[in-house]
Design a protein around this ligand. Structure first.
Ligand SMILES: Cc1cc2nc3c(=O)[nH]c(=O)nc-3n(C[C@H](O)[C@H](O)[C@H](O)COP(=O)(O)OP(=O)(O)OC[C@H]3O[C@@H](n4cnc5c(N)ncnc54)[C@H](O)[C@@H]3O)c2cc1C
Length: 265
């Protein structure tokens, strides 16, 4: 249930253990929450749907789970288009909600997480928040962002600790994570609002599973990813995001133009 990162990673793992796998997702493409609407969904989400189908996963899009059947343990899943899909195991990967009850009871401002400033401080000078639960002002992106990735918990935790010790802290990292599914090694950095971005630029060969993709807002790269670009990796994407330089979409899409040259321009 769910074609987000959790659903797709577990689908890939289960397939590689020889299981028959069905992925059921109500959106028209996988990964809409992560990759945005528009081309991010259709091009990159479509890429992941194809990768899974080529590995024998039954990817059912535009369909929601309405019911589990079984006594003692699940035997089938029912979908809103009336299908019955036999199942021994169901994995539900439909997103997470921050538990802000304790913070709210303590009188702290909450809203999609515990609200903190760029030094990860709440309104109370003795209370900080980091990791999944922190909805922090990120100066790189301006609005608050809440990040559910391991790297953010790692770096945010140490940043909050430095802040508690009175050191000047501005937590402005671009969010980062990676995923490995079959022969696809992907790293992603950056952020854009749920509502969208202006354009998606791809660079390289999607069919060969070797490419970069960039999400562009106001002429600048705000997020980017690569698939199987192990030599260069994600570092040039992070550099490009942090540089804030305006990008020429045609040069960015041309693998002959080094990413380092685009950052310099
Ligand atoms: C199935 C799954 C797969 C994931 N895969 C990836 C991945 O591949 N890559 C990646 O980057 N990220 C991944 N993530 C996200 C990553 O695990 C989280 O971003 C990270 O664990 C967040 O760390 P955290 O310390 O903020 O929160 P958590 O790891 O959730 O830790 C919070 C802890 O606080 C405890 N707690 C809650 N309330 C209280 C309380 N009142 N008092 C004391 N303790 C309390 C909880 O029990 C918990 O142990 C995955 C998450 C899930 C669920």
């Amino acid at each position: 249930m769910g074609a987000g990162w959790i659903g797709l990673e577990t689908a890939a793992a289960a397939r590689q253990y020889g299981c028959e796998v069905t992925v059921i997702e109500p959106q028209p493409t996988p990964l809409q929450a992560a990759l945005g609407p528009g081309a991010g969904a259709s091009v990159i989400g479509g890429f992941f749907a194809q990768v899974h189908r080529q590995h024998g996963v039954d990817v059912q899009l535009g369909t929601a789970v309405t019911e589990f059947r079984g006594t003692g343990h699940v035997t089938a899943v029912i979908t809103d288009d009336g299908n019955t899909i036999p199942a021994d195991v169901v994995i539900v990967g439909v997103g997470a909600r921050p538990n802000t009850d304790l913070a709210a009871q303590a009188g702290l401002p909450v809203g999609n997480g515990v609200l903190v400033d760029a030094a990860l401080r709440t309104d109370d000078p003795d209370i900080y928040a980091a990791g999944d639960v922190a909805n922090a002002i990120n100066p790189l992106y301006r609005p608050r962002i809440r990040v559910e990735h391991w790297a953010n918990a790692l770096h945010g935790g140490t940043a909050a600790a430095r802040s508690m010790l009175g050191q000047p802290v501005t937590y402005d990292r671009a969010p980062y994570f990676f995923t490995d599914q079959y022969d696809v090694g992907m790293e992603f950095a950056g952020w854009f609002p749920r509502g969208g971005y202006d354009a998606l630029v791809t660079r390289g060969d999607l069919a060969a599973r070797a490419f970069y993709a960039f999400w562009i807002t106001d002429g600048r790269a705000v997020a980017g990813m690569h698939v199987n670009q192990r030599d260069e990796g994600i570092a040039p994407v992070q550099d490009l995001i942090h540089s804030g330089v305006p990008v020429d979409r045609y040069r960015l899409s041309d693998p002959a133009v080094p990413l380092a040259d685009i950052i310099k321009s």
